[in-house]
Design a protein around this ligand. Structure first.
Ligand code: KG4
Ligand code: ZN
Length: 342
């Protein structure tokens, strides 16, 4: 096909987002616009995302956000090749809003619809800003997910391991809360950790000696909550934050290291690429630990620019465009899927 220009819509959590992405016939990717309307202020008083509030806020803002994305991109609906909307996994009330909006645009304009898996969006997010060919090893670390995937091609992912309890971002958020930090906790904890010394606290190491590439953060969470009760000074608080961040970064890199070694053995002589994506990929300590192990093992290292790490619609538009280029479209009765493993 020629160039494909796709409107992407993302409403699976607490961000209402729309974006126009062009996938050129050459394979080059152009983000023409990416608009993200955050609901942080609406949820902050509750210390976390309230699904009912999220769904209502998506209804109120999706129309304006989509119009803004089209205006900023300088394209009209007649220029579009298709519409891509997140169809899951996520909070079903929110998913339904974006998906229904996408279906309405597709129906009204006679455009193909692509129902995109949010995780596949994160998986392609690094491709928005860099030319990263398939296949690659992916660590997906967000508020809802923590998994290692072998990404073979468009829509082809093999899961190597995943968390058996909390996601990494969820651990950051919950521990941040016990340290008295505001929602969302991850970025706040990173800021506090920057002034702390991680050496002051010893935290448990999960799943040591266990085979495979699974993650676990519940023990760390419990230990951190107990230690937080004994914190009396601001210095201690910063030290504990730094220790928690180091422990999360260490677990992520230890598991990824094992997966890299097996991946490299199975692909001897071929290029080795590693990508980290999802909101937690915004964390500097996590990035640094992963960069180090990737470099040591001869893997290229890529992480999306910060704006594409956390939820956005550009990654949904690109995942949709890549599917559209292969004729992978969906019917207008495609369901919202609150649980939808890759
Ligand atoms: O990918 P994302 O926006 O949403 C999901 O699909 O879950 O990820 C959000 C998660 C939150 O848990 C947030 O605390 C975490 O990513 N996060 C961070 C940082 N920035 C976002 N965690 C640690 N350090 C950060 N700088
Ligand atoms: Zn996400």
């Amino acid at each position: 096909p020629g160039d494909l220009t796709v409107l992407g819509l993302e409403t699976s959590c607490d961000e209402t987002a729309a974006s126009v992405v062009r996938l050129k016939a050459s394979g080059a990717v152009e983000v023409l616009s990416s608009v993200v309307g955050s609901q942080i202020a609406a949820h902050a008083p509750y210390g976390g995302v309230v699904p009912e509030i999220a769904a209502r806020a998506h209804v109120e803002s999706i129309d304006g956000i989509a119009a803004e994305a089209m205006r900023a991109a300088g394209v009209s609906y007649g220029d579009l090749s298709g519409v891509a909307a997140t169809a899951g996994p996520g909070l079903v009330g929110g998913v339904m809003v974006g998906l229904a909006f996408g279906k309405a645009v597709a129906l009204a304009r006679g455009l193909p619809l692509v129902a995109v898996n949010h995780l596949e969006g994160h998986a392609v997010s690094a491709r928005l800003a860099a030319d990263i060919p398939y296949p690659f090893l992916l660590l997906l670390v967000s508020g809802g997910h923590c998994q290692l995937l072998a990404v073979e091609g468009v829509g082809q992912c093999r899961r190597l391991g995943s968390t058996i309890d909390d996601a990494a971002g969820e651990a950051f958020d919950k521990i941040a809360k016990t340290l008295g930090l505001p929602y969302p906790g991850g970025p706040a904890l990173e800021k506090l950790a920057a002034t702390g010394d991680p050496a002051g606290y010893t935290l448990p190491r999960a799943l040591l000696g266990r085979d495979g590439y699974d993650f676990s953060f519940s023990g760390l969470k419990t230990a951190a909550a107990r230690l937080a009760e004994g914190v009396t000074t601001e210095t201690e608080r910063a030290n504990l934050a730094a220790a928690v961040q180091a422990a999360i970064a260490r677990q992520l890199s230890e598991r990824t290291e094992k997966a890299m070694d097996a991946y490299a053995r199975a692909r001897e002589g071929q290029p080795l690429r590693f990508v980290v994506a999802g909101g937690v990929a915004a964390n500097g300590a996590v990035r640094a630990a992963l960069t180090r192990i990737a470099t040591e093992r001869g893997f290229s290292f890529d992480a999306p620019p910060l704006a594409y790490c956390t939820d956005n619609a550009a990654m949904i538009a690109l995942a949709g465009a890549e599917r559209l280029a292969r004729g992978m479209t969906d019917r207008l009765d495609a369901p919202a899927r609150p649980r939808w493993p890759l």
